[in-house]
Design a protein around this ligand. Sequence first.
Ligand code: GSH
Length: 211
Amino acid sequence: MSDLTIYGTYASRATRNIWMALELGIDYSLESVDTRKGEQKGDDYLAVNPNARVPALRDGDLVLWESLAINLYLAKKYGGELAPLSLEDEARAIQWSMWALTEAESHCVVIIQNLMGHAGITDEMLETAHADVARPLKVLEGALQGRDHLLGAEFTVADLNVASVLGTLQRAKYDLGPYPKVAAWLTRCTARPAAKKMAEERAAYLAAQKD
Ligand SMILES: N[C@@H](CCC(=O)N[C@@H](CS)C(=O)NCC(=O)O)C(=O)O
């Protein structure tokens, strides 16, 4: 029995942490907290994450929430090659993680919710999200000139965190034609064995939900 628990489901941002755990090859258990059933509002789970959102992580005595912060922690504790090696690269990994959440995620959420058939996404919201995500995509395209990954040659937690936010664009078949570096980088990230395993497990989970 692992000491490490990820709370959430494959239909949530917990997939970001599952991807990371698979990259690291660490033992973990997934405790199902299904937001579609309102389970994030139960007292037991509120004691873990008072925000009533998933994911959360328990690692021994440590409880953490915020998906990308969880990944930064996992990379540092178990990361090996996925962890930034210098203080400067660690700062860059934090920068890119915060950037993904503040500059890109809200647009990506509208796009993926539309793909998943959520009620309440209007054509206007979708059009705005498509237009507004262009700004962070241009920034990323510039950052990837002359480098294969965000911190340099190697894949790190910075890539995993940003790709786990922007990967929704790939799933929604968003036209990344104007951003060839982003498209190639995203393909590199999501073609990794751990990313593919997570995506397969997610697809199986989502298919089972439809039955
Ligand atoms: N910034 C948070 C966002 C968490 C979040 O919004 N999670 C969604 C599921 S992917 C959720 O719990 N929704 C349920 C709700 O808002 O009631 C993170 O990245 O962990």
